[in-house]
Design a binder for this molecule. Structure first.
Ligand SMILES: Cc1cc2nc3c(=O)[nH]c(=O)nc-3n(C[C@H](O)[C@H](O)[C@H](O)COP(=O)(O)O)c2cc1C
Length: 176
């Protein structure tokens, strides 16, 4: 697939088949694409990736999130068999740059996933509550001094994929 075709085809999936695994070599390709992202301030060691296939951990995050948000427990990961968490060091060169860096890594992974026929979604909900739960972060193997800032869920949708959209200037833009 050409890059622009993958960009046009990428869309969020919220109905993953929890029983359809993503092969290791495909996960590996997606991770490598994430690692190729630009990282602000050249601080590649300020990020850490956690590839989570543990339903138990995801369930704990769901519980923690529901409690933090004072809402009923639901699956914030939409049944995805693999969730890749991007964590960032709490020591950053510039305020907020960790979110920009994580976004670059995640978008690269989403485009790569689309390219290899794996459905995906960028996730924020669920991640923030996990970040505040030190025990959970330790259980996830996130290095000390790091906290999860965003995640990419990948897998296979239970419904058929929508056709690629036409690329268009769909955000407000001005040209000067
Ligand atoms: C920073 C960020 C955080 C997001 N967090 C969530 C989330 O927690 N849950 C969710 O269902 N979708 C989440 N999304 C997906 C957006 O809702 C989705 O990208 C948007 O509705 C556009 O749809 P599309 O991805 O199909 O083009 C997030 C997207 C971004 C960029």
């Amino acid at each position: 697939m050409q890059t622009l075709e993958a960009i046009a085809k990428r869309k969020s999936t919220r109905d993953f088949d929890p029983n359809k695994a993503v092969p290791d070599e495909i996960v590996d390709t997606i991770i490598k694409a994430g690692c190729q992202a630009p990282i602000g301030a050249g601080k590649r060691d300020s990020l850490h990736l956690t590839v989570c296939r543990s339903k138990e951990i995801l369930d704990e995050i769901n519980e923690s999130t529901a409690a933090a948000m004072k809402m009923e427990k639901r699956d914030f990961f939409y049944g995805a068999p693999v969730v890749i968490f991007v964590s960032a060091s709490e020591k950053q060169m510039a305020p907020g740059i960790e979110y920009a860096n994580a976004a670059c890594v995640i978008e690269n992974m989403l485009i790569a996933a689309t390219d290899v026929g794996v459905d995906n979604i960028y996730l924020w909900g669920g991640v923030q509550a996990a970040a505040k739960n030190a025990d959970l972060c330790a259980k996830m193997g996130i290095p000390e001094g790091f906290k999860p800032v965003s995640a990419a869920a990948i897998g296979y949708s239970q419904s058929s994929s929508a056709p690629a959209r036409e690329l268009s200037v769909s955000l407000s833009a001005n040209y000067i």
